[in-house]
Write a protein that binds this ligand. Structure first.
Ligand code: 1PX
Length: 214
């Protein structure tokens, strides 16, 4: 059923992040992108004010999906193979935007930075109390991570959108996994997985000097 398809479930996202890591700790792009799709579903269920955020995420997801389904799809199976392929074939604008403004590497870097926001935000949610404010936790996590990469305009729009976030009880409800204790337990399982995927990507990008791609 279409409406059920659209319904977010935190467990689903947890599963996709579980599938992300290969035995030798490479990150499968297909599952990474599926994880983001799940998160966008969540964002969409929070209302239209978050549309500008989900639109940007969707367009970045789509760029990566196009690479995965494209002629050189086999080079995009893992983030590691993507980095190797794009660098070896000079498909990445390293210093300033040029002929590859939408490389897999720079596109994924945007989502990777957002994953750090997610990690910080979910950790705050996990340790929050009933009267904690989601908007405040979200803004704090954003200021510690993504904000430094965003223009003043985007920061202002994001700050306004955060005020529209539902309170903690409604927020936990949308996660769709049961009572608050259950949400907290699942967050406790999801966070180490998300952190590991984040750290592996961060180390890979640092090793290849890709953390500041334009
Ligand atoms: C279980 C709880 C889950 C909550 C899930 C929420 C999913 C949020 C998805 C956010 C994805 C954001 C991707 C942003 C990528 C980005 O940084 N893009 C910017 C740079 O791109 P460019 O191609 O120009 O170099 C772009 O300028 C971004 C524009 C849109 C605004 C981005 C604001 C990001 C705020 C993140 C916090 C989301 C708040 C959700 C509340 C739950």
């Amino acid at each position: 059923m279409a409406s059920e398809d659209q319904k977010f479930c935190l467990l689903e996202v947890l599963d996709t992040f579980k599938l992300c890591l290969s035995e030798n700790k490479e990150v499968y792009l297909e599952h990474y992108v599926a994880g983001w799709r799940g998160l966008v579903k969540f964002l969409n269920s929070l209302g239209a004010v978050f549309g500008f955020i989900s639109k940007d995420a969707v367009s970045k997801i789509q760029i990566l999906v196009n690479f995965l389904n494209g002629e050189h799809g086999s080079q995009y199976v893992t983030i590691q193979s993507m980095v190797k392929y794009e660098l070896e074939n000079k498909l990445v604008d390293q210093k300033k935007q040029g002929s590859h403004p939408e490389s897999g590497c720079r596109t994924l870097l945007r989502l990777h930075r957002a994953l750090r926001w997610l990690e910080l935000f979910l950790e705050r949610l996990r340790t929050s109390t009933e009267d904690s404010k989601t908007s405040f936790m979200c803004a704090e996590a954003y200021n510690e991570s993504l904000a430094k990469y965003h223009t003043w305009m985007v920061r202002t729009a994001a700050g306004m959108a955060f005020h529209m976030l539902p309170g903690r009880p409604a927020f936990f409800e949308v996660m769709n996994v049961g009572p608050p204790e259950q949400v907290v337990a699942i967050l406790g399982k999801a966070l180490p997985l998300i952190s590991e995927v984040y750290q592996i990507t961060e180390d890979l990008y640092a090793q290849h000097n890709l953390l500041d791609l334009p």
